[in-house]
Design a protein around this ligand. Structure first.
Ligand SMILES: Cc1cc2nc3c(=O)[nH]c(=O)nc-3n(C[C@H](O)[C@H](O)[C@H](O)COP(=O)(O)OP(=O)(O)OC[C@H]3O[C@@H](n4cnc5c(N)ncnc54)[C@H](O)[C@@H]3O)c2cc1C
Length: 321
């Protein structure tokens, strides 16, 4: 029997889990991502301060929780491999539920998942169209085309949709209309510790921020460094601010949380597709012949766990069980 070939678009959690699921079932899989590295919203930044010190900051997902038994099994494996560890059991007291982080920053988990896989980065997919000799042809920005028996799309849905307009398949309008909240972030390196109490995270502390995370307290940064995420309302209201204006506003709002320290280096970051506003009721969406499947955190939940479960579900659908 000839090996079947799948292309997975997106090397975030859902794409990598779809790919691994298919490889485990004997498929030949290539994962394509437009980014310079893997991870998508599992993003970790390194910022070098003027004195030469390098801070490490999680820029997208900050930690994750576990509810599903299949996900718990995976997390146990990752934990045994030293890739993830428990950070704490709550940020405002102990609620008994573990919050996990990747040991060296969240991107490290996706790098672990990509190990041994055929993953091509800096590959912007332009279109997915019906193939001549195979079911699908995937068109890449460098002019190359790859034929595949199946394609798994794991970009945020508006992006996946625009790439598959050429596929000639009908998609439900509710799926296409899925919108996402935006997040504007400030990544700040400090010259001294913050005044954020252990374990180092604040959720919805005021009318600007949805999250403030002390990356040194979390154990990933050797120097004081804080991730500030503005909430969806603030992010939408200030989306069109120029970077200098937005950064100055967030820096002023951040002052209350950094004690006597000074921000010595910072980056202002925007996530256009941060969090899906509405979830599709199934863990993925497959077209009639199960060869074009849409997955991602808009399906099984707008979190790390949801992205993982959706990717696994997509792989199972394509492989036929
Ligand atoms: C600011 C922020 C904070 C968050 N905090 C948490 C948290 O604390 N806990 C939690 O559980 N979750 C959190 N999340 C959510 C979590 O990060 C996501 O649910 C999860 O990472 C989504 O994974 P995914 O694979 O579905 O999508 P993504 O990670 O977005 O992956 C999609 C990939 O597709 C690629 N792509 C897009 N278009 C193309 C193209 N044309 N060609 C090739 N590649 C393309 C992208 O580069 C990207 O790598 C947060 C998200 C954000 C943005």
């Amino acid at each position: 029997m000839t090996t079947r070939r799948a292309i997975v678009v997106g090397a975030g959690l859902s794409g990598l889990m779809a790919a691994r699921t298919l490889v485990d079932r004997g498929w030949h899989v290539t994962v394509l991502d437009k980014g310079r590295g893997v991870g998508g919203r599992m993003a970790t930044r390194r910022i070098t301060a003027p004195d030469g010190r390098t801070a490490i900051l999680d820029h997208g997902a900050q930690f994750f929780t576990v509810r599903d038994a299949r996900f718990a099994t995976l997390v146990n494996e990752w934990s045994s491999a030293g890739v993830v560890r428990e950070w704490c059991r709550g940020f405002d007291g102990d609620d008994g539920h573990p919050r996990y982080v990747a040991t060296n920053g969240m991107t490290a988990l996706t790098k672990h998942l990509a190990t041994g896989m055929d993953v091509l980065t800096s590959k912007l997919v332009f279109a997915v169209k019906p193939g001549i000799e195979t079911r699908w042809t995937v068109v890449i920005d460098d002019g190359s085309e790859i034929d595949a028996d199946a394609v798994v799309m794991t970009c945020p849905l508006p992006q996946s949709y625009s790439l598959t307009v050429t596929a000639g398949v009908e998609l439900p309008s509710e799926l296409l209309l899925t919108d996402y909240d935006r997040t504007i972030g400030l990544l700040a390196v400090l010259d001294g510790p913050t005044n954020i109490a252990a374990p180092g995270g604040l959720q919805n502390p005021d009318s600007v921020f949805s999250w403030i995370g002390d990356n040194a307290a979390k154990g990933i940064s050797p120097v004081p460094a804080v991730t500030f995420h503005a909430n969806p309302e603030w992010s939408a209201a200030h989306w069109d601010d120029d970077a200098d204006t937005g950064s100055a506003l967030l820096t002023a709002a951040a002052a209350a949380y950094i004690g006597d320290a000074t921000i010595v280096a910072s980056e202002y970051k925007k996530w256009r597709f941060a969090t899906p506003k509405r979830l599709w009721p199934e863990p993925c969406f497959a077209t009639a012949d199960d060869t074009l499947v849409f997955a991602g955190d808009a399906f099984a939940g707008p979190k790390v766990e949801g992205a993982v479960l959706s990717g696994m579900a997509a792989g199972v659908v394509v492989a036929g069980g």
